[in-house]
Design a protein around this ligand. Sequence first.
Ligand SMILES: *Cc1c(COP(=O)(O)O)cnc(C)c1O
Length: 683
Amino acid sequence: MHKSAQGSPFCLLLTGTGTDVGKTVTTAALLRSLLDLGAKAMAVKIVQTGVEASDCGKTTASDSYQYLLASKGADFPTAHCLHSFPLPVSPHLAAAQVGVKLSAKKLACDIQTFVQAQSDYDVLLFETAGGLHVPLSEQEDWLHLLSYLHFPVVLCAANCLGAINHTLLSLDALRYAAAHVSALVFSETGSSQDDCERTLRADNINLLRSRFPSLAVYPLPYTEKREERFARLAQALAPLARNLLAAKPKNATSDLISRDRASLWHPYSPARDNAPLSAVSFSHHNRLVLSDGRELIDGMSSWWCAVHGYRHPHLESALHAQLTRLPHVMFGGLTHEGAITLAERLKSMLPRALSRVFLADSGSVAVEVAMKMALQYQYGLGNKEKTRFLTPLGGYHGDTLGAMSVCDPINGMHSLFSGCLARQIFMPRPSCRFDEPFDPQSLDAARQIFAERGEEICAVILEPIVQGAGGMWFYHPDYLKGLADLCKASGALLIFDEIATGFGHTGKLFALQWADLTPDILCLGKALTGGTMTLAATLCTDKVQDGICANGQVFMHGPTFMANPLACAVANASLDLLASGAWQSQVLAIENVLRQELAGCQSLPNVADVRVLGDIGVVETRSAVDTCTLTRFFTEHGVWIRPFNNLVYLMPPYISPLEDVARLCHTIYEALASTGTGASPSH
Ligand SMILES: *Cc1c(COP(=O)(O)O)cnc(C)c1O
């Protein structure tokens, strides 16, 4: 009857506000209720403690014994116990006593395997051992298990003095874990006929109902511990059982992908795209967990951003704390501490001369802001002919029209937008490698352009040391020094776009430190919030701000979400983590592993170059790789790497275990070595 389309049972997690709050009785009664309604249901104790495995379901001490009592008469299995340990203590201790180490991930796998084997069931009820924060291991508890499983939850509480406090704390924890709470079952654990007790119980229920109008609260009356009691309790839970059976099954992965394909654009993709696509259901540390349960080692930091890994508790709690105070407020005429602190902290990390901070909402906007600053500066100085930007080929600065005009004209497909992109001046890519002696001739082109068109040049914009999305190219710091001198001599500003390189990726906190230079304008973004939210910053010197504001002018930019407080809070938290200094040795260790483990790729026939700087590892191939084939190969091999054109590259989160970094490298080697994945026949 109530079968879901995929033939997978509806799964529910039953947990409590503590131990001895009526969780097992509730589970057994709900089981009985489901059976009475004709459903095929089973109750499963995930971890039973205080019982030998062989005694589960046989001794009264085991919860599955109660399930069996409640479901007497069913002609199919109605009770199960996944793990059982003899010591009557918390799961992590009881398991440790017999030399077993539990983990949320392992338990989630066991549960998923079990669920798959029960495809002919309508409902499976999973009961935890104790409350939400009862430890499964030193690091994890039931809430961690929930993040893997995403089962809806029934919270069980004892209706007594202190119940409100425990219930609200548990509901807070569940809300924080983004769990869906299907119901609260409030058990009477004694038969008190005392007036005061009765008043208290009724008030507890009323209070919770008025506090959470949409939460279904089911009182469960006290019954003597007799066998028939479950029939009566099941009646009290019948409405809950009916709701569960009517609940829609969760969407399967394939469904998510087809829904995505029907409605969404993806980056640089055709509308109707058939490229491989994976749905991510959650992330943690350096892992992405897909909706089919597979876990991938992340090699991309979500495009330079998630440097501390995913869901770092310090970032998570900063965001959460800000959410409950001031998620957003307009920045016109109003300010807030998060933005002020962030500006002060960014200034303290950067060369002193960068004295004013504009907080924008994305990297591209930060680049627009930088370009407008430069234009307004030259205008303020009366240099009305200085309106063009000089930039090297192979650069990438974002996707808005102004930023695009300074992107590499081929990669950026300037021909598509030829009528509306500002015409900028391009010079050759800095030819001198980062790791070779500096060749002064690499500045000849720039020198010549300044000589010929210097009076048109408003500013030079470039990514210092590492050109990112335009080719993952590392060039020599002395090139920047020469360029800075040319700018100074002709009155052009120097803009560094450190949106990709900032916050440690190159082994220095900022790439400008390699050249010991201070640009006039600096753009930051990407890792600014540790990969949690979109936020960017454009900083400029006193000279620039004074030029812009000459003759009472204002700076002409002000996004709606300027200095968004949530983003500022999480950026400040990310700077806390960087301030601890751990990133430095982490990046250095990753760099060493990348150097060692990617070196082998150099001998592959389709590989043109291997280069490493900081946590950035690049394998450049001779011909363009087949992104679809490689993406499939990588996800099938448990890693997340996103190649483009002739670049297969890594920038793992700083917290990545080194064996994971090695695994990322080896998988790249295997992919490029195995036939048919290295080169695309169509290129
Ligand atoms: C990513 C990037 C940008 C654009 O940032 P968005 O947040 O994607 O708009 C600009 N410049 C560089 C160097 C980048 O890597």
